[in-house]
Design a binder for this molecule. Structure first.
Ligand code: SF4
Ligand code: SF4
Length: 350
């Protein structure tokens, strides 16, 4: 497995890491087996969060690394924004993970300059992280987010050691807006959504495309041993893409460019109350995990709200990527309303 330096932390991490969301698709015992298999195969960076599966993700990692703590680095995170809440969440993570110290703890989902200001100010979450670091509860401090320009600002504060950013061959803004600053500030870059949340085909090409950049590790969501094996093969031989492969990715990029929501949270809320971003996520969840999972997560109620759409097109105008959101919303209505009406989930309300 290729090893890379995690910025100023100096930790040597595997180029392929393990992200902690999809693991919830496996039973707890299966998840533990998959995580241990990943360790056997040379993966040493595991990324989880308080919020993933309401602590269930941390619990699975805690169980899996019991007796093997020295073989891996654990990153976790919290969406809390104040010093006090951050300190409480770090204690809760330590308990759930059954550890004395977490390697990297991040301020989760910082999506705007205003939010960054809020976590950086006195009494904010970063203060809590620094106190926990001084107390020996965490080793390094990080920030996560979906907007590379906001994370670049976080790097410039000099307060963070590592970050987690959305980066893939379609959503590639991090390459120019973040990586040069991260390199300059020696901040370790870890990557999420490398395969677009399991949407894109040919994960191997997606990962090899990413590994050509100056990043530390890719947190790939995995819930089967076979997926671990496939991804590890890429980490063992991250060969540069040949002309044909690059061309294929370019074609795919053109295909997704106008329909793929980057979840950047820059569009204005819809005045008619249509939860645009939630419906984009509902669509994503349906494609990744199927109807049952989508409905269990409460998206059925959100789909109902699309009936308020007056087709004004304001959402398309404010989308930072100029996606035709109105048309995508109408497509969500056309696609999911009939499915919701004809299923047995007790949700025949549209
Ligand atoms: S097109 Fe529909 S979803 Fe978009 S802003 Fe107008 S009412 Fe809201
Ligand atoms: S709809 Fe556009 S602006 Fe809104 S989150 Fe998605 S990509 Fe970003």
């Amino acid at each position: 497995m290729q090893m890379r330096r995690l910025g100023r932390t100096g930790l040597e991490v595997s180029a392929i890491g393990c992200g902690g969301i999809p693991i919830f698709r496996a039973s707890k015992s299966e998840a533990v087996k998959v995580i241990r298999h990943a360790m056997d195969k040379g993966i040493n960076y595991f990324d989880t969060a308080r919020g993933y599966l309401s602590g269930g993700s941390e619990e699975r990692f805690g169980e899996a690394i019991k007796g093997r703590r020295h073989e891996c680095y654990i990153a976790s995170k919290s969406t809390t924004r104040t010093r006090d809440d951050m300190l409480k969440d770090i204690d809760a993570s330590l308990k759930t993970l059954r550890m004395d110290m977490i390697d990297v703890y991040m301020c989760h989902h910082v999506i705007s300059p205003e939010e960054l200001g809020a976590v950086m100010k006195p009494g904010g979450a970063i203060e809590g992280l620094k106190e926990a670091q001084a107390a020996g509860k965490i080793r390094y401090i990080g920030v996560t987010g979906h907007r590379p320009e906001v994370l670049a600002k976080a790097c410039k504060t000099g307060e963070i050691d590592a970050l987690l950013v959305t980066f893939n061959f379609v959503n590639d803004g991090a390459a120019t807006k973040l990586l040069p600053v991260a390199r300059e500030m020696d901040v370790g870059v870890t990557v999420m959504k490398p395969i677009g949340g399991s949407l894109f085909q040919h994960p191997d090409l997606c990962l090899r495309w990413l590994l050509q950049y100056d990043i530390s590790t890719i947190c790939v969501g995995m819930w089967k041993e076979s997926e671990v094996d496939q991804n590890v093969l890429v980490g063992e031989n991250p060969a540069p893409l040949n002309g044909e492969e690059s061309e294929w990715l370019e074609d795919e990029k053109r295909r997704w460019d106008r329909v793929y929501c980057r979840l950047c949270y820059t569009c204005n809320p819809c005045e008619e109350g249509v939860p645009v971003r939630d419906l984009m996520i509902a669509d994503l969840n349906y494609r990744r995990f199927g109807l049952k999972m989508m409905m269990e997560q409460g998206f059925d109620k959100k789909i109902e709200k699309i009936e308020s759409c007056i087709e004004c097109d304001d959402c398309s105008v404010t989308c930072a990527y100029e996606l035709p959101i109105r048309d995508l919303m109408l497509n969500v209505r056309k696609t999911y309303a009939p499915i919701v009406m004809t299923t047995n989930f007790g949700i025949n309300r549209i």
